[in-house]
Write a protein that binds this ligand. Structure first.
Ligand code: ADP
Ligand code: MG
Length: 295
């Protein structure tokens, strides 16, 4: 990338937030993301703006490979603690959490608000790190991964889905789904993308923009995006939390189909007992500890 690749976009705060979330999850700089889509954005629509980005290049991580051992469980969380803040402000979000998830298993995590569920998912996703304890996902001890390997890990080994969809508002459904592959500098395999769009029942709206979709459709796009790199593990944080019952059930049913089709391990946080009932196992967290269903 030349030093003249200075990208100036103006984007609104919501777009900026969703881009930051996506770039963090996928281990990609904002500059690279915007550079990648500059032409497309120019062509498709002018965006009101307000962000200036420097010309830092991509991570250069593409040549790294990270391996896995299929004999291992998909996820091992061993005595994990995560402390935020210090002194009087100290908060133990996780306090000796232990959990094992088998390959291909669908686990639901339940627990009161503030019990540490999202913190656990962030740590599994490699976007946060424990203060103490060990985390092994797909055979990799996350503490041994450097920055580049972690970026690759986020793009290839795990797929993250949130309550709110984090779709890039100025990209079509198909472009959103292809985003992680494009971030790798690769061309998406059309058959893979077509299969995912079909599986998640969004093939009809592949050319639509996110704002033209229902909440349920948007969430299915987010799931397709999380799956496009064929991750070993999907991490979903209250993916049905903003959907009505019917759409929530549809999303959960599709996650089960995804697991059947690809053998994907699914770790899903939910408040909803009926959503949790669709999982193979329910894990309960209280005050940062796994109190039920740890293996
Ligand atoms: P849950 O998802 O179960 O509602 P979280 O994992 O989000 O819970 O949070 C667990 C606890 O850790 C809460 O008390 C929360 O306020 C605290 N916490 C989470 N993230 C941070 C952070 N970045 N800084 C400070 N405290 C945090
Ligand atoms: Mg949470």
């Amino acid at each position: 990338m030349s030093e003249t690749t200075l990208v100036n976009f103006r984007i609104d705060q919501d777009t900026k937030r969703s881009m930051e979330g996506i770039c963090r999850d996928l281990g990609m700089s904002m500059t690279t993301a915007f550079t990648l889509f500059a032409k497309k954005v120019d062509r498709e629509r002018r965006i009101p703006f307000d962000v200036s980005l420097d010309g830092t290049s991509a991570t250069g991580a593409q040549s790294l490979t990270i391996g896995s051992n299929h004999a291992d469980p998909a996820v091992i969380v061993e005595d994990v603690t995560r402390v935020f803040g210090e002194g009087a402000a100290e908060r133990r979000a996780l306090d000796g959490a232990t959990l094992t998830v088998r390959r291909g298993e669908f686990v639901a995590i339940m627990g009161a608000s503030g019990s540490g569920k999202s913190t656990l998912l962030h740590i599994l996703g490699g976007v946060d790190a424990p203060t103490a304890g060990r985390v092994v996902v797909d055979g990799m001890d996350l503490s041994t991964l450097g920055a580049d390997a972690l970026a690759l890990y986020r793009r290839h080994t795990v797929g993250l889905v949130y309550q709110f969809h984090n779709l890039v508002p100025f990209l079509s459904v198909r472009d959103n789904v292809e985003l992680p592959v494009r971030f790798d500098g690769s061309r998406p395999d059309p058959a893979t993308v077509a299969e995912l769009l079909d599986l998640l029942d969004i093939a009809d709206c592949e050319k639509s923009m996110p704002s033209e979709l229902s909440g349920g459709q948007q969430q299915r796009v987010a799931i397709a995006r999380a799956l496009v790199s064929r991750p070993a593990v999907v991490l979903a944080d209250e993916p049905t939390g903003s959907l009505d019952r019917e759409n929530g059930e549809k999303v959960v049913g599709l996650l089960r189909k995804v697991r059947e089709r690809f053998g994907t391990t699914i770790v899903l946080v939910t408040h909803d007992e009926s959503v949790a009932a669709a999982a193979d196992r329910v894990v309960r967290i209280s005050d940062g500890r796994v109190v039920d269903g740890k293996e």
